[in-house]
Write a protein that binds this ligand. Structure first.
Ligand SMILES: Nc1ncnc2c1ncn2[C@@H]1O[C@H](COP(=O)(O)OP(=O)(O)O)[C@@H](O)[C@H]1O
Ligand SMILES: O=c1ccn([C@@H]2O[C@H](COP(=O)(O)OP(=O)(O)O)[C@@H](O)[C@H]2O)c(=O)[nH]1
Ligand SMILES: [Mg+2]
Length: 222
């Protein structure tokens, strides 16, 4: 398990001034990514960046990409990485922080490879919220946030995209020993107890936790 810091480069390939710590937060739609990220931010010094929220804000802002993004979200499709990565980079810069939870990204191999190429950042680890589809479906249908994609037709499409495109990204990082798989089919509090164990106590450096957790990466942590 190497340090993430040595791999980060700026656009010219020279060492970046800052070496941000990035944790990718992945899992199917409705698995509880956003909910748990809010809890993590309340307890640890991370900035939460939800790729979906950034894309929805881009639609609202009336940007030239807005209509394209809106159509893709309605269909449960994955927006081209160029668009999402620009939004993530801007949000990272504006935050002034150097520790990020990137929620709901990368969603496919193209997202993953492009992010690594453009930013030079490798995640410290990947939180994977594992949840059965029936439970995720129940949660999405009662989310009540007025989202255009929380209807049964789009939800089915999103599940298919998750299985076909997003799970391979999780498998890619699992092969590198970076996945912390969490049983997400429990109460918010129970799931967060497990999450807390992964991030460690308030003052513990996330990178040392990453090393300590590597031995359990192939098991569901309960
Ligand atoms: N462990 C849980 N048990 C029951 N409901 C949950 C749990 N975690 C999240 N929820 C609810 O399920 C819905 C989806 O959660 P959310 O965090 O938005 O998931 P995601 O970001 O993965 O789509 C929300 O209405 C949320 O309040
Ligand atoms: O990196 C991303 C993140 C999200 N989306 C789109 O935004 C939708 C909603 O994503 P979000 O993460 O908000 O949904 P969640 O999984 O939290 O329900 C997805 O179905 C995709 O259409 C995308 O294209 N790229
Ligand atoms: Mg979410």
């Amino acid at each position: 398990m190497g340090s993430v810091e040595a791999t980060n480069k700026d656009a010219n390939g020279s060492p970046a001034e800052k070496n941000p710590t990035v944790v990718f937060v992945l899992g199917g739609p409705g698995s509880g990514k956003g909910t748990q990220c809010a809890n993590i931010v309340d307890n640890f010094k991370f900035t939460h960046l939800s790729a979906g929220d950034l894309l929805r804000a881009e639609i609202k802002s009336g940007s030239e990409n807005g209509t394209m993004i809106q159509n893709m979200i309605k269909e449960g499709k994955i927006v081209p990485s160029e668009v999402t990565i620009k939004l993530l980079q801007k949000a990272m810069k504006e935050s002034g922080n150097d520790k990020f939870l990137i929620d709901g990204f990368p969603r496919n191999e193209e997202n993953r490879a492009a992010f690594e190429k453009v930013t030079g950042i490798e995640p410290a680890f990947v939180l994977y919220f594992d949840c059965p589809e029936e439970e995720m479906e129940r949660r999405l249908l009662s989310r009540n946030q007025g989202r255009e994609d929380d209807n049964i037709e789009t939800i089915r499409k999103r599940f298919k995209v998750f299985l076909e495109s997003s799970l391979p990204v999780i498998n890619y990082y699992d092969a590198k020993g970076k996945v912390r798989k969490i049983n997400a089919a429990r109460s918010v509090e129970e799931v967060f107890e497990t999450v807390k164990g992964i991030f460690g106590s308030k003052n513990e450096k996330v990178i040392s936790v990453s090393i300590a957790c590597s031995v359990v990466s192939h098991f569901v942590i309960t």
